[in-house]
Write a protein that binds this ligand. Structure first.
Ligand code: SF4
Length: 478
């Protein structure tokens, strides 16, 4: 995965700054609550949602178990259909492959379909270093690019911006990138969309090379699938002469029958639609129809490492719907930038530390960016138990040097709980001294902030075990 943004503080510090920004909090609250309630209504329309969700999880688990076989099947099918397949072990290799492919066309600019994989590897920056300009064509990605900003949401990368801010960005910068915004443009959505349409159309008609990701790759036919709402993807996938698709290896699904399940799960979970407005599929190349040259770059970049972890591998089921972001109380308050990665919210808190490791301060802090309330698991259309993975990753973080206190506390708890006599003695002592217990632990330093929001549980006068024993021996139960 590409590096942490320069100077990115750990999650708690970044989140503290974000929560002090009232405009950001207002924008996020409005957007997440709107999408959240629409999604709930769209999901409630289906009687078999639970079965669909279970099917989605089962298909993904089966595919991940046989990933090598399905990837080779997909590779053979793409090649048989006239496409070229490249394997990229990491971000640097993927960026090098794409850069060389664009150079081979003689072009110095590409149009892009919204793609998390290309953001993950920092493709735009790598292309810029090689003298190639990448133009984002998704409306929200365009706002982020023109505003020299970073995305803060998987589906709506400019969710932190309101209409007035978008108008100001368009008016100030569109002209530097191509067709300028119309004079007198207001912040009405219709006018903003029209400005983007005029700006982008010129790019679509001029571009000879497009770069995309894909939501799915159907192994049996080597077909790639992009689902979207605006139609910009369809333009990029059909008009240019060369198409390069950078796709994570976990995107493969075995058959079209399997795809059917995900095409029901994804739109309802992401945009709360029964069906997304544009579903584009392509298989290799076809004479006289669409790009004449097609390259598929299959990206690992840490995914096989995730696959090797028995608890963590469920993360690779993710279909990037962003439903978990929209229900997360932490994301709603902190926003996406605080996560220091292109993957924010609950999925980012488990995916980023697995792809990048937990050695940097920000990555080690991500598994703690959660209240473990479980709302993310409830809405996840492929049933990823995000809290389970978060706790698993916390274990990994505390196993690293510098976590002496956590390890000491857990070792002491383990010592006490391993021996019933010790445990019972502690319970009795705690019950006898309960009147003297403070409401909160009087911890010094950083522990003070932790204990300030956590009341100690009240110790009952009698433990369950002792009550049970008394009941058994005294015959009270009769
Ligand atoms: S973890 Fe689940 S809810 Fe979150 S983006 Fe992935 S598929 Fe959607």
């Amino acid at each position: 995965m590409s590096a942490v943004p320069l100077g990115m503080p750990a999650f708690p510090a970044a989140a503290r700054d974000a929560t002090r920004n009232p405009t950001l909090r207002r924008n996020l609250r409005h957007a997440t609550h709107t999408i959240r309630s629409r999604r709930a209504a769209a999901v409630a329309e289906l009687d078999d949602w639970a079965e669909l969700r279970a099917a989605g999880a089962a298909i993904k688990d089966h595919t991940l178990r046989h990933l090598d076989r399905y990837l080779e099947q997909a590779e053979a099918a793409v090649q048989a259909a006239g496409g070229h397949v490249h394997w990229a072990a990491d971000a640097a290799e993927a960026n090098r492959i794409v850069t060389e492919l664009v150079h081979a066309t003689g072009e110095t600019e590409v149009v892009k379909v919204k793609s998390m994989a290309t953001q993950e590897i920092g493709l735009n920056e790598a292309l810029a270093e090689a003298g190639i300009t990448a133009y984002e064509t998704d409306l929200a990605e365009l706002i982020v690019q023109l505003g020299d900003d970073r995305p803060s949401h998987i589906l709506v990368p400019a969710i932190h911006r309101n209409r007035g801010e978008i108008r100001d960005i368009f008016a100030a910068t569109m002209g530097e990138w191509g067709v300028p915004a119309p004079d007198g443009m207001t912040d009405e959505p219709r006018e903003l969309a029209e400005a983007a349409r005029l700006h982008l159309r010129e790019k679509f008609l001029r571009a000879k090379v497009a770069v995309s990701g894909a939501n799915f790759l159907v192994a049996e036919t080597g077909t790639l699938v992009v689902v979207e709402s605006e139609g910009n993807g369809r333009m990029c996938l059909t008009l240019p002469e060369t198409l390069i698709s950078v796709v994570g290896i976990e995107k493969v699904v075995p058959t079209w029958r399997d795809l059917e399940v995900f095409l029901q799960l994804l739109p309802r979970s992401s945009t709360a639609e029964r069906m997304n407005p544009y579903t584009s599929t392509w298989t290799g190349t076809t004479d006289g129809d669409g790009p004449r040259e097609f390259h598929l770059v299959l990206l690992d970049n840490g995914r096989t490492g995730v696959l090797a972890d028995e608890v963590g591998r469920q993360t690779l089921r993710c279909i990037r719907c962003s439903a978990c972001l929209n229900v997360c109380p932490v994301y709603e308050r902190a926003g996406g930038h605080a996560y220091g990665s292109v993957y924010p919210g609950p999925i980012g808190a488990i995916l980023t530390p697995q792809l990048r490791g937990t050695t940097s301060e920000i990555d080690a802090s991500l598994p703690y960016a959660s209240s473990l309330c479980g709302a993310c698991y409830e809405v996840c259309p492929v049933a990823i138990d995000i809290p389970e993975v978060l706790v698993h990753l916390r274990e990994k973080v505390t196993a690293q040097p510098g976590h002496v206190i956590e390890r000491g506390v857990l070792a002491a708890a383990g010592w006490l709980m391993r021996d019933p006599k010790r445990y019972t003695a502690l319970q009795r002592a705690a019950a006898r001294t309960r009147a003297l217990h403070p409401r909160r632990l009087p911890l010094p330093g950083w522990g003070k902030a932790w204990s300030a929001t956590r009341d100690l549980p009240e110790v009952p006068a009698e433990s369950f075990r002792s009550w049970w024993q008394r009941r058994e021996t005294s015959g009270e139960k009769k």
